[in-house]
Design a protein around this ligand. Sequence first.
Ligand code: PEP
Ligand code: MG
Length: 540
Amino acid sequence: MDDIIIKKGRSGSPGYAVGKLYIYKRDQYHTPRKNIQDVETEYLRFENARISTKKSLESMYNMTRERAGSKNADIFTAQSMMLQDEDYLSLIKSNILEERKNAEWAVSDASRHYYDFFTSTDDEALRAKAVDIKDVSNKLIRLLSDDDQGNEMEFSEPVILAAGYISPSELVQADESKILGIVMREGSAYSHAVILAKTLGIPVVLGVGLPSGLAGSEIIVDGNNGKVIIHPDNETTDHYRQLIDEGINDRSRLREYIGKKTRTSDGRSIALFANIGTPSDAVKAEENDCDAIGLTRTEFIFTDRDNLPSEEDHFKAYKEIVEAVKGKPVVFRTFDLGADKKLKSYELAHEDNPALGMRAIRICLTDKGIFIPQIKGILRAAMYGEAAMMFPMITSTDELIRIREIVAEAEEELKREGKPYRKVKQGIMIETPAAALISDELAGMADFFSIGTNDLMQYTLAIDRLNSSLAPFYIPHHRAVMKMIEMTIGNAHKYGIKVTICGELASDMSLTESFIDMGMDALSVPPGRILELRRHICSL
Ligand code: PEP
Ligand code: MG
């Protein structure tokens, strides 16, 4: 019997797995290298491969969106953009045209150059990008070498996968039901493969390299504690198997909460809404028994399209969503573009401070060409279910006056065009300190409020929500934010309108009771959190 080996790494994705180790050796792929004479033809060969790779990334985007939602699929949009990156492409071009390297060699050389550059920084986000550049370059090389055999990860039985790194596309193409857990030497919690693994419920440990001599060994992945146990004894294996069973039982026990009222033992109740990004998320929300869709991040539906969505595109997507939730109300937030949210089809000017810049409602009020088709799409979809619209990043009453005028203009257009539509409620996001502080004035003008704690926190605490190095300064339960939430609820109720929280804080169970005590009307959370939250509330 082999000795137990325990290796400590970092947690990438929570959960436990017990199984046989499979070492994935994609890293050892050999790139053909030779000097060429006809550089023009070679460059053309590269260009063709680049175009085909872009197409294959598009189909991976669609496949991932189906399986794990558009947020996870966005990685393939990012990779596709790398195939347009001027620096990367000009290095490849000069490798071929000037250095006379064959296309495979030229790509591999550029890949190594950028990989080394990205991995040499301390910035987690850039290090995650290193994996993407390697992934996209490998795809190109394999296509150029006629070795695009597709998925190498073929296992006859479920395994624990170990590798230097695993790219998101490799993960998407693999049969995820056969991947019990993942151990990666490289990669960070921000790398897209890890984010994808989290959505798929696969535990991941990072920072542990396993030699190929261990292939086939019994291994345990403890994603909660960032630990790998090789050759575990029976007692350890039984302990982890028990933890896995408890997890499975817990998920099935949660299903008992479908159809139950969300009410505390002393009779206080609160509604549970879902945050979604696509029509397929709406199906998940309905399966998890949401009371309504509290937030549709509409920009996620259209992120990767080449053209701006037309009124018809908006209408079709929103109709699909209202129909998926079978009559439950759906709140469509109008485009929240700028800062962290972008559309491929809508170029934004460079800004030094995008979070404080041309963002969200400011873009829509400046460019009615993007705003009116969306409003018309929502008004038309309201014929098929209960739709509402909501406006992000509000800071003043003037903005609301202008929005009302534009909505009235959109209604007039629909009337003139003879298209059926229904008037809808118009709510606003309270996600700037300005909006919270004048929520008494805004409450008289809006039909409902939804508190976006992600941005409210960023703007109140002056902490960039995308900058992970600020984590030590991030105080999620900061009194300033809590005071604003309480003040907003009080003002809303004075005017008889309802308030929801749709930021991440809504899922924070250590705050649920306080929110109920404050009189919050609803919490809007990712679909997968609804039943857990209902169980928690019923236990209060
Ligand atoms: C928020 O800011 O809390 C919110 C829900 O909006 P988003 O995260 O989409 O900016
Ligand atoms: Mg926000």
